[in-house]
Design a protein around this ligand. Structure first.
Ligand SMILES: Nc1ncnc2c1ncn2[C@@H]1O[C@H](COP(=O)(O)OP(=O)(O)OP(=O)(O)O)[C@@H](O)[C@H]1O
Ligand SMILES: Nc1ncnc2c1ncn2[C@@H]1O[C@H](COP(=O)(O)OP(=O)(O)OP(=O)(O)O)[C@@H](O)[C@H]1O
Ligand SMILES: [Mg+2]
Ligand SMILES: [Mg+2]
Lengths: 255, 255
């Protein structure tokens, strides 16, 4: 039974793409057949897995606008059990193009039906906004994973995000759950990081993953080599952390 | 002759607010009468200077919608030569409210006329988007300062930002210049940071400030104390860097 997880936070630069790429890579390395879907016109997940974005023939844009079948957009990656549907700047126009389509919030959910049972996990990387693309991701998913940066303003915008998830739950996708909150870019050398993690745990308790992703330069470097960190630098603290997170996600799924 | 500078980058979390708060504080500490205008509904610059956002009687929202005079919204701060016009969530509705106002891109520029000659510098903190608020900021300013994070994706979205600045120059504000590009969150211990700075300098040369802002936990902690770093931890590397930047900005102005 496939588990579909949207990685979402309308704040920029909090680690959505780094989590999407490295959690999906780690799940695949642990033997779980995984599909990663890039839905950000910036296409960072796509280039982070080594693809040249503007050279892709079929991307999520062509899938959503019906210009190709979803199977035609699925790409193999350097990891056997990891597939990708890529994104590039063409997607930027999609919000406007799809705004008058009936059931416009259900397009991704419907397109996914054909292929979702080929996978154990489908992860969706969201852009930093709460527009039609992100709503499609939330409607298509079983749960959401929210990365939060270990910074003073980590919880800023959280209530707006939770309101959006609640509205989608109420009106469009009653099954949508909170998979978990992931603390990212934890800086061991500072008190600030610890304080932020404590504060977030005090609000969200069990929902906050035990695994915390450390600030690790290998995570910043890996995209420039077009590789997930588990291939680029498997013994790095960042690689180990995402493998631990993958095990935690798998364990949740088995409860 | 006042210099009006918008701090802009549609990417989130790149250091706009940290730069707005600490550059304006440093200019004031160096004796330049400075007004900082927060135009982000998140109000991070406002709370970063110690104000309780939702308790403010008059903010930039009331100014733009004509509900108060601009003088009524100007606040004193802990630094004698630094004033603030604050922002809070009320501003979130402004884009919709002002969309049908004639000359809607010139509202801030016109409101500023009354007070701008009381200052040597006016700095404007922008939200992470290229909407009506940011356009108002660009139209109201003489120049733009673009913070770029020392990360692999630093230049992502840069062409879109430069296109927007170019369009504003062409159609709305022919005097608008690029003040400079500021590399932020530089991590001395990594090669990645150095490579990103070199790459940006290779594209933009002289336009990149000599001053690079280091990653410094004091810069992350200061907002939680409602102080600019030059008051919170004046000997910290982050405080020293923003003072150096202020001197560089002042020197530019005297060319
Ligand atoms: N734990 C980490 N250690 C070091 N660098 C990191 C870490 N996590 C993310 N980064 C770097 O921080 C930057 C922002 O991360 P990322 O792109 O994953 O955020 P995002 O939320 O997807 O941003 P956007 O909203 O722009 O899509 C990237 O350059 C990334 O390589
Ligand atoms: N040089 C630095 N060293 C350490 N932390 C920093 C540094 N610069 C910024 N930060 C922290 O990084 C986070 C993002 O910075 P900031 O809020 O200034 O970015 P921003 O571009 O204004 O973000 P937004 O787009 O959300 O408004 C903040 O928590 C800030 O305290
Ligand atoms: Mg991303
Ligand atoms: Mg900001």
């Amino acid at each position: 039974m496939v588990k579909k997880i949207t990685i979402v936070n309308q704040k920029g630069g909090v680690g959505k793409t780094t989590t999407a790429v490295n959690l999906s890579a780690s799940l695949a390395v642990l033997g779980k057949k995984t599909l990663l879907i890039d839905t950000d016109p910036q296409g960072n997940a796509t280039s982070g897995l080594g693809f040249v974005k503007h050279e892709l023939k079929f991307t999520i844009y062509e899938v959503l606008t019906g210009q190709c079948d979803i199977e035609e957009a699925i790409l193999n990656t350097d990891i056997e059990d990891l597939h990708l549907i890529g994104a590039n700047v063409n997607l930027a126009g999609a919000t406007v193009e799809l705004v008058d389509v009936p059931d416009r919030e259900f397009i991704l959910k419907n397109k996914l039906r054909k292929v979702e049972d080929d996978y154990e996990y489908i992860l969706i990387d969201s852009p930093p906004s709460l527009g039609l693309i992100t709503i499609n991701n939330l409607v298509a998913s079983d749960s959401v994973l929210i990365p939060l940066q270990c910074e003073y303003y980590a919880l800023e915008g959280m209530s707006e995000l939770l309101d959006t998830i609640y509205l989608v739950q109420k009106n469009l996708n009653p099954h949508l759950k909170l998979e978990g909150i992931l603390m990212t870019m934890f800086d061991r050398r500072t008190n600030l990081s610890k304080q932020v993690v404590e504060e977030v745990r005090s609000y969200f308790g069990e929902k906050v993953y035990k695994t915390v992703i450390p600030r690790n330069v290998k995570l910043g470097e890996a995209p420039s080599f077009g590789k997930p960190v588990v291939l680029y630098a498997p013994s790095a603290s960042g690689a180990q952390a995402y493998l631990e997170l993958a095990k935690e996600v798998i364990a949740h799924g088995e409860e």
